[in-house]
Design a binder for this molecule. Structure first.
Ligand code: S3P
Length: 169
């Protein structure tokens, strides 16, 4: 049997990577790996505590190691953290063995989805919408490196998952 390629979901915080990833894993018979949850397990700390106690650089180095581990495997749906694209080597590694699909949304949609959540260290600011716009501006060229981009505004999770499955065929 030919090894199944990985389906790698990238995209900004609040674009639905985790919820979509669950459905895509179920419908394609792949194992789901949540990168942030894996990092939390390996470190024994929440992401927010890693950022606060050890700093963003430590987190990014750890994230890089996990990308190296996961991109050596196959048959996975990998739901990444929103900043994984910032290191071009991460995307290059994922592409060797899989398709990289970016979920996108407008800053306003993202703000509506994340405004009542408290676990994202980068959005713990006075004006999260402004921060979202700023980060999206900086990151746009990095997200553009994905193989495929799927917009998620106004769509149900099931529809987005379906589009991901079609794109990965
Ligand atoms: C981050 C996104 C988070 C998490 C960390 C950094 C980012 O993941 O990895 O807080 O830089 O955009 P989600 O995209 O799952 O929220």
């Amino acid at each position: 049997m030919v090894a199944q390629k990985n389906i790698v979901l990238v995209g900004f915080m609040g674009t639905g990577k985790s919820s979509v990833g669950k459905i895509v894993a179920e419908t394609t018979g792949r194992k789901l790996v949540e990168m942030d949850a894996l990092i939390e397990k390996q470190e024994g700390m929440m992401i927010s505590a890693i950022f606060a106690g050890k700093g963003e650089k430590y987190f990014r180095d750890k994230e890089r190691k996990v990308v190296q581990e996961l991109s050596a495997k196959c048959g996975l749906v990998i739901s990444t953290g929103g900043g994984v694209v910032l290191n071009a080597e991460n995307i290059a590694d994922f592409k060797k063995n899989g398709i990289v699909i970016c979920l996108s949304a407008t800053p306003e949609t993202i703000f509506e989805r994340v405004k009542n959540e408290t676990h994202r260290p980068l959005l713990k600011t006075k004006d999260p919408l402004a921060k979202i716009k700023e980060l999206l501006g900086v990151r746009a060229p990095f997200y553009a490196r994905a193989d495929v981009t799927i917009t998620t505004d106004g769509k149900k999770i099931e529809q987005i998952a379906d589009e991901v499955v079609q794109a990965a065929r």
